[in-house]
Design a protein around this ligand. Structure first.
Ligand SMILES: *[C@@H]1O[C@H](CO)[C@@H](O)[C@H](O)[C@H]1NC(C)=O
Ligand SMILES: *[C@@H]1O[C@H](CO)[C@@H](O)[C@H](O)[C@H]1NC(C)=O
Ligand SMILES: *[C@@H]1O[C@H](CO)[C@@H](O)[C@H](O)[C@H]1NC(C)=O
Ligand SMILES: *[C@@H]1O[C@H](CO)[C@@H](O)[C@H](O)[C@H]1NC(C)=O
Ligand SMILES: *[C@@H]1O[C@H](CO)[C@@H](O)[C@H](O)[C@H]1NC(C)=O
Length: 680
């Protein structure tokens, strides 16, 4: 008995091993070698380049491809049946010739490779009118659908959905990815570019995560869809995994470039440098060139006269070529696109005399739009990074819908080669930094305290709208005085929101660029690289100090103690000389206590620990006086070993009501200096 037990265990182990490692874990980097491992049906084929082509763009066809062997999806473990966890990742590419294609594809887990009843068009080759919604289907799918079908309750013509026995999705989301846990970037399935998708199901916690992102963007940490669903009623013991797709009156070619699947933990990563050659993207010929081609065809059957016309047309087109623009299909889908020609005219050919200013992001020109005669500011950004331009424009054009009295309105955008042009409403009083710091210019208005306070309140309320009140939460990432623009009544408007994003996408997507402006950047940015609402509050705090003190955050000509505005104000507060830092031009104004309160609020916003900074909503309450800052604000450093302030300078600090702080600031005492510096 004792002797036999290990043998028995070994056999058990073997059978376990056999059962679990047979075929549940596979990776195809291209499908050239996969012909005998996949069962193809309908129009689906493997191209000579190794692409799995689910459909071409023939109207009303369908196709599917399943892994040939069934996969055990219910596992019996000590008499208890459990739904297997699974993880899959694949790269899809949808190629549309013309303006709109259809219909989409699914990743499907089905009981049989035959798919009886599957139909074309909206049914995505998965189900059909006879069986859609029938619980005896035992079908699970994630659909990537680029046509809106009202009968199936589709949310739009570009979505990802979870389908249980029916193409009426149980949940769906517009196609997008989270670039940070709070900011979502929409993009198009039909962009023509490869897209990677990850589907992870945790059979124990019954959580399904779906993540999707343009090719080469690393897997975003927050999934687009996290859906709690028990797949036990759907799955049979053995299921087939694969893809289905269909076209209808609208047709596109649907491809899978690579596919990885596992029921043993995370699916193996797809090696992006070993993909087959991409299918041809839709032609991105210019409008003018396509005219030339059409005329070219005509000319082959036409007379010399036609050729003469062709030549003169060509000359005409050639002359206009300087102003021509390459419009990729996806660009048409975003609203507020303006014509380059019009912007060129509006700014008198980007003439130097029209230059309003130059900043980190490029030059800004004043312009008059030809049709509406509206005065605008045109920001011309030269950007060498192709990566991210599309996501960025998707985001910019969605931000363009934002309307708030304290946000500069985006009127439109235009992309020309590597240049991105953003058109904003014109702000007659220029930027706040020019008003605050250009002391030489005698014609400048000197802002009094009341005006300064109003500017701070306005900026805070614009920021609150970005952080909390708009349909999605937006982090500004670059709050500073040069991004605060003033209208004719000195009403402040925050500009350039979201622009920093463009630079984060720059070059290698695997390295995080920290974008922001020296002197305004929260300390945690250097180790998390993640801009948050709280890092915006930090920058706002620096702006507050700037406005009250009337100097820049970094002043290299100042004495050593005063180079860094924040440190200077903080040290003056410790020494009890806070009044000293107030801008001489407002220091005599009546309500010094109010000015001091605002300075202290600035310090509260600039605390080193992100979690203890107030939200913008609280900041507004303090500024409006509906909430009082505690009377016993005190500065403490997060080093338990020494009590000497002077020697503590390099350490993180808190500025709060000390007794209250122990209760309400959870980080105090739990965040150790070591872990802060070690990089959270
Ligand atoms: C396992 O299931 C069988 C049949 O359902 C039952 O007779 C047996 O008692 C179960 N064993 C345990 C340990 O639950
Ligand atoms: C669901 O499918 C089963 C098996 O194909 C069939 O017998 C049944 O009638 C269908 N139910 C409905 C409501 O269509
Ligand atoms: C999914 O949606 C169908 C209707 O389309 C519904 O019958 C089913 O109960 C839903 N399943 C879950 C798990 O919500
Ligand atoms: C799903 O996403 C959530 C949130 O990011 C994460 O906590 C969870 O572990 C994920 N589950 C799976 C199965 O990937
Ligand atoms: C990906 O493939 C390339 C080329 O075959 C190879 O050099 C590289 O090591 C692979 N990367 C990984 C992570 O396997």
């Amino acid at each position: 008995m004792f002797l036999r037990a290990p043998v028995f265990q070994f056999i058990l182990f073997l059978s376990y091993f056999w059962h679990h490692c047979s075929s549940e874990d596979f990776l195809f980097n291209g499908f050239k070698q996969a012909t005998d491992q996949l069962s193809l049906a309908g129009y689906t084929k493997i191209t000579k380049d190794g692409l799995l082509q689910l459909t071409d763009d023939t109207p009303s066809i369908l196709g599917h491809a399943f892994f040939s062997s069934p996969i055990p999806m219910i596992k019996t473990n000590k008499n208890v049946s459990e739904v297997a966890s699974f993880s899959t990742s694949f790269i899809l590419d949808i190629i549309t010739v013309g303006n709109a294609g259809g219909h989409g594809l699914t990743f499907a887990i089905v009981p049989s490779k035959e798919l009886p009843g599957a139909d074309v068009a909206t049914f995505l080759g998965l189900l059909g009118p006879t069986n859609d919604g029938n619980i005896s289907n035992h079908v699970f799918a994630v659909e990537f659908d680029h046509v809106m079908t009202i009968l199936l309750n589709d949310i739009n013509g570009n979505h990802v959905g979870v389908d249980l026995n029916s193409l009426k999705s149980n949940t769906s989301q517009e196609v997008a990815y989270y670039s940070t846990p709070t900011s979502k970037v929409a993009f198009q399935l039909e962009s023509g570019q490869p897209i990677q998708a990850w589907i992870d199901y945790d059979g124990i916690n019954k959580m399904l995560n779906i993540t999707i992102a343009p090719f080469q963007i690393p897997k975003p940490s927050r999934p687009l869809i996290s859906y709690h669903v028990d797949l036990a009623p759907i799955f049979k013991n053995e299921m087939y995994v694969g893809f289905t797709s269909s076209t209808g009156k609208l047709a596109s070619s649907h491809y899978i470039l690579a596919w990885s699947f596992s029921t043993q933990g995370l699916a193996q990563a797809i090696n992006l440098s070993r993909l087959p050659k991409f299918p041809h993207p839709p032609s991105t010929i210019t409008a003018s060139r396509s005219k030339v081609i059409k005329i070219g065809i005509l000319s082959s059957v036409a007379t010399l006269a036609v050729i003469a016309i062709l030549i003169s047309v060509s000359i005409y087109l050639w002359q206009r070529a300087k102003l021509a623009e390459t419009i990729e299909d996806w660009e048409r889908e975003h609203p507020h696109r303006l014509r380059y020609k019009d912007l060129h005219r509006a700014t008198k050919g980007f003439k130097e005399t029209e230059l309003l200013g130059s900043g980190g992001f490029g030059h800004v020109y004043k312009g008059v739009l030809p049709k509406s005669k509206e005065i605008v500011a045109v920001k011309k950004i030269s950007n060498n990074a192709k990566q991210g331009m599309r996501e960025f424009i998707a985001e910019i054009s969605s931000l363009g819908r934002m309307r708030h009295r304290n946000l500069v309105e985006l009127r439109g955008w235009c992309k020309r080669n590597q240049d991105l042009l953003l058109v904003y409403e014109f702000m007659p009083n220029g930027s706040l930094d020019a008003l605050l710091f250009n002391r030489n210019n005698k014609t400048r208005i000197i802002l009094n305290w009341e005006q300064r306070l109003n500017i701070l309140k306005g900026v805070a309320s614009g920021l609150l709208y970005l952080h909390e009140d708009w349909e999605k939460h937006v982090v500004h990432r670059d709050i500073k005085s040069s991004n605060v623009l003033l209208g004719s009544d000195l009403n402040p408007k925050l500009g350039d929101f979201g622009l920093a994003r463009l630079y984060e996408h720059d070059t290698n997507p695997h390295t995080t660029h920290i974008v922001g402006t020296l002197g305004y950047m929260a300390p945690e940015l250097s180790y998390t690289g993640q801009a948050t609402a709280s890092s915006d509050v930090f920058s706002f705090g620096v702006l507050v100090l700037e406005v009250v003190c009337g100097r820049r955050p970094i002043e290299n000509n100042a004495s050593t103690d005063e180079v860094n505005l924040l440190e200077w104000v903080r040290d003056c507060e410790v020494q009890g000389h806070l009044v000293k830092v107030i801008d001489a031009r407002i220091a005599k104004e009546c309500d010094v206590r109010e000015i001091e309160m605002v300075l202290k609020l600035g310090l509260v916003c600039c605390q080193s620990i992100a979690e203890v900074r107030p939200s913008v909503r609280q900041v507004i309450q303090y500024l409006n006086g509906t909430e009082q800052l505690p009377d016993d604000l005190k500065l403490v450093y997060l080093n338990p070993d020494s009590m000497s302030f002077a020697s503590q300078k390099p350490f993180p600090w808190l500025y709060g009501s000390v007794d209250a702080s122990r209760k309400s600031f959870p980080s105090y005492g739990t965040v150790s200096v070591g872990s802060l510096q070690g990089g959270r």
